[in-house]
Design a protein around this ligand. Structure first.
Ligand code: MG
Length: 477
């Protein structure tokens, strides 16, 4: 063989080796992608009613993106938040635990305020912390409401990034704003001195709420692009449609349902942007997206509040309208398209399900109330959730088991009068009577006895810490 031929032979061998090596690398990459746990995106609305989406029956609000998400995914019609107001509901979503177990509820102060000194306790394992320990990139965009002091903020509780408002958009009202509810009917940004934060710093004050939905969305889609090659968790918690209502100029008079409809249609646009980004980046098949809300509609705000549809009452109440949320789960290729899950689920289950899908471990040194819903999502079995406990603050008001719900104490939403305790609980068969109109207690003493046993079991293992919501600012926790 000539020197030249030997050279050719070596070059050929080398290029074969290189090709084989790159095939091997590509194979590794495919295997890594195949083994990669799914990305998790939780989109959470604020004070959205059960009846406010097109795919949940609203006659005039148009939600084509959420409708498509539901058509491609799974709609849950019996899905509950763990509280009828913001702070405890969000604590439950992120800890997988009833707020009574973390101290994130109170009978005196329903939520955290700018003058609160408490927040999510460090010993709680947030969903972000659990997923981060499994190698996820994590981000929170939107309303936090689990404590505004530095130790309670998202970036000290498992999130790599945060952009949003630390509490509700109606807090920090300025002194010269109109009194009472007047500023809500014609809302102006300057009436509420709410900070918009980037990580631990105030980036803008007052937050320009007219563009806030759009900006949360842009942050979320940017984060998806930047982390496309690794597992990620995004908690996108819109500050709307909590009053005061604001939307971008593009959505002014967009809806036949007025300002409230404009706000929902912008949130729908936002959902479309997130899903489209996932599709474009070919991440849809490996991303589970949840859509839900923290509590029901704030009915005392007239047309600025939403609708619970056929459900009774709304925000603040443990009637169904306060805690049953319009919920959608989307994971193309995994969740069968177009299914309606009639099984029970809870926002706390998003915690347990995400941790399971990530291959991470649930905390074992405490009670976790969240259950793994993957059998329902993947169509392999029924929901493990058979019961739901309805708390208002620290009081257990009602318990659902199967189709029956027993109310031990009833109380209307805000402004609706004091609590009423029932010696014999009021009992409703929710599959027959979702509007809770017909008390069937007299016909089912056995069901009531069984639910009383559930309450006994539940209360025997309860060990409620002091409330975080009652700690004033300036006092060490
Ligand atoms: Mg809320």
């Amino acid at each position: 063989m000539t020197k030249f031929a030997r050279g050719i032979q070596h070059a050929l061998l080398l290029s074969c080796l290189c090709a084989a090596y790159s095939l091997l690398l590509a194979g590794d990459k495919v295997r890594a992608a195949e083994n990669r746990p799914p990305n998790v995106v939780v989109i959470y609305a604020d004070d959205l009613g059960y009846g406010d989406l097109g795919c949940f029956g609203h006659p005039t609000i148009r939600t084509p993106n959420l409708d498509r998400m539901a058509a491609e995914g799974m709609r849950f019609t019996q899905f509950y938040s763990a509280a009828p107001v913001c702070t405890p509901s969000r604590a439950a979503l992120l800890t997988g635990r009833l707020p009574i177990r973390s101290g994130m509820c109170s009978d005196r102060r329903r939520v955290l305020f700018p003058n609160s000194g408490g927040g999510i306790p460090a010993k709680e394992v947030t969903l972000a912390e659990a997923l981060k320990s499994s190698g996820y990139a994590t981000a929170h965009f939107g309303k936090w409401h689990l404590g505004h002091l530095p130790q309670f903020l998202p970036t000290n509780n498992g999130f790599d990034e945060y952009f949003g408002i630390p509490y509700s958009n109606d807090m920090d009202r300025v002194n010269d704003a109109p009194r009472g509810r007047a500023p809500f009917w014609d809302p102006k940004v300057k009436y509420w001195n709410v900070p918009l934060m980037r990580n631990l710093k105030v980036a803008e004050r007052p937050a320009d709420q007219t563009t806030i939905t759009r900006r949360y969305t842009e942050e979320a889609t940017k984060f998806i692009g930047a982390h496309r090659d690794e597992p990620f968790f995004i908690y996108l918690a819109h500050s709307m449609p909590h009053v005061p209502l604001f939307r971008s100029p593009e959505f002014a008079d967009h809806s036949r349902r007025g300002l409230y409809g404009d706000v929902i249609e912008e949130i729908d646009w936002s959902v479309g942007q997130v899903l489209e980004t996932l599709r474009k980046l070919k991440l849809a098949d490996n991303t589970i997206v949840w859509f839900s809300s923290d509590n029901g509609p704030w009915l005392i705000f007239d047309t600025h509040g939403g609708s619970a549809g056929l459900l009774r009452e709304g925000k603040g109440s443990t009637w169904e309208g306060g805690m049953r949320e319009p919920t959608i789960a989307w994971w193309p290729g995994k969740i069968p398209a177009g299914r309606v899950a009639l099984d029970l689920g809870s926002t706390m289950d998003i915690y347990a399900t995400s941790i399971k899908l990530a291959g991470a471990k649930l905390p074992t040194d405490r009670i976790v109330d969240g259950l793994d819903l993957s059998p329902v999502l993947l169509g392999t079995g029924p929901s493990p959730r058979k019961t739901m406990f309805y708390y208002r603050g620290t009081r257990l008001m009602a318990v659902r088991k199967g189709a029956f719900k027993a109310h031990f104490i009833t109380q209307s939403a805000y402004g609706g009068g004091g609590p009423k305790t029932h010696e014999t609980p009021e009992l409703y068969q929710l599959n027959h009577d979702p509007s809770e109109k017909y008390n069937v207690a007299a016909d089912h003493p056995d069901v009531i006895a069984d639910i009383r046993l559930e309450v006994k079991r539940h209360q025997a293992e309860l060990n409620a810490p002091p409330s975080q919501l009652e700690i004033p600012l300036g006092k060490k926790k």
